[in-house]
Design a protein around this ligand. Sequence first.
Ligand SMILES: O=C(O)CCC(=O)C(=O)O
Ligand SMILES: [Mn+2]
Length: 245
Amino acid sequence: MIKMEEHECEEEEEKDPSFEEFSHPIPWQKIEAEGLDCDYALLFLKEEADNLFRQLEEEVVYSTGEESKVQVFGKVYNIPRKQATYGNAGLTYTYSGVRHLASPWTPTLECIRNAVTDATGRQFNFVLINRYKDGQDHMGEHRDDEKELDPSCPIASVSLGAARDFVFRHRDARGKRSNRRIDPVKLELAHGSLLLMNPPTNTFWYHSLPVRKKVLSPRINLTFRRILEDIAEQSKRSINIKNPD
Ligand SMILES: O=C(O)CCC(=O)C(=O)O
Ligand SMILES: [Mn+2]
């Protein structure tokens, strides 16, 4: 697990560069199925995760008004959770026809992003934050396979707060007319955990965060992503996330 002192965003003393990455080996758990490749680990100790949750509750400003709604077949719905986007200057993403500009990284988001980079050796320029007030809030089945995302970079999903079930379903095993029987892959995402969705997971598998009425407390999820800035520029610097509600 990562020691919080290493990631505090105060002035850092100079470190031996050979110890900067992977200095805290994490007991990764491999999750594999046909076309699915994920790594799961507890990245933060409980106390660290509690602090991060509290700090995010103070810092993160969630979308309101039009940005907190989706349009499906012409009807406007409130999304069943709160969302915010942060990242490098100028990046935007479009969600169900609404473009969101990335707000500048906050100190806590930088800390978490740096901890994820230390643990994985990967760089991220954008984070989508979802806040679920309780188990009624949820996210429907979708894939994160937009062309603006660097296809070689995993999506790194950090969970803080209430543990929630997370379900993967193979694209050929969805719906009544599915042509194959492939068991879903179900995980519980714990407080302080990191789930890496490695390629080609998001090509073959949909994922969702289902309703869980027994969950009474909030959860914050952060998906760190790498946007290919030149492609994002071509498509008006947007990520197009397809109706995951
Ligand atoms: O809350 C979660 O764990 C899922 C978030 C997610 O799938 C997304 O942001 O694309
Ligand atoms: Mn997703």
